[in-house]
Design a binder for this molecule. Structure first.
Ligand code: THU
Length: 157
């Protein structure tokens, strides 16, 4: 028997320690939380991604009375990018969320499993690791590649 230890690297920043570019992306993700349609969960998630060509696109969660028909903020942004710029990679994606009380989450918000799976494929398309900024009031995490959030991931066979 052999034990394998897998390592994930997460860098923790205060908002004012981020580069101006990264801070701008986080602020845009925060702004996108105000556009979210979440009348059921009242959990308002915003995402903003920057493509390799510098274009920025926002996404926010879109809920539906038929619950499984909803879409997360991350995938709303990623699929918009895939539609409008199918041949351009995603460089960085920032994510933020507001609780039902309206305040930003204390802890950095973390993407769901389905969004992680979509990010894996987005990295394959981009041909480089995607930088992920997860914002919380306490701190912002910078994760340089989806492998740090999803080890042993399923890719094409
Ligand atoms: N949600 C996101 O938009 N992104 C995530 O990564 C996690 C969850 C949304 C889905 C649903 O509209 C609400 O948050 C509560 O789960």
């Amino acid at each position: 028997m052999k034990e394998l230890t897998l390592k994930s690297l997460i860098k923790e920043y205060q908002l004012d320690e981020l580069t101006a570019e990264d801070r701008h992306l986080v602020e845009s993700a925060i702004e996108a939380t105000n556009r979210s349609y979440a009348p059921y969960s009242k959990f308002h998630v915003g995402a903003c991604l920057r493509l390799d060509n510098g274009v920025e696109l926002k996404g926010c969660n879109q809920e539906n009375a038929a619950f499984p028909s909803a879409l997360c903020a991350e995938r709303a942004a990623i699929f918009a990018a895939g539609t409008q710029y199918p041949n351009v990679g995603i460089q960085t994606i920032a994510i933020a969320a507001r609780t039902p009380k309206g305040n930003l989450t204390e802890e950095p918000v973390s993407p769901c499993g389905t969004c992680r799976q979509v990010l894996i494929e987005s990295e394959t398309r981009a041909k480089h690791p995607i930088r992920i900024l997860l914002h919380g009031e306490k701190c912002t995490y910078l994760i340089e590649g989806i492998k740090h959030l999803m080890p042993l991931s399923f890719t094409e066979f």
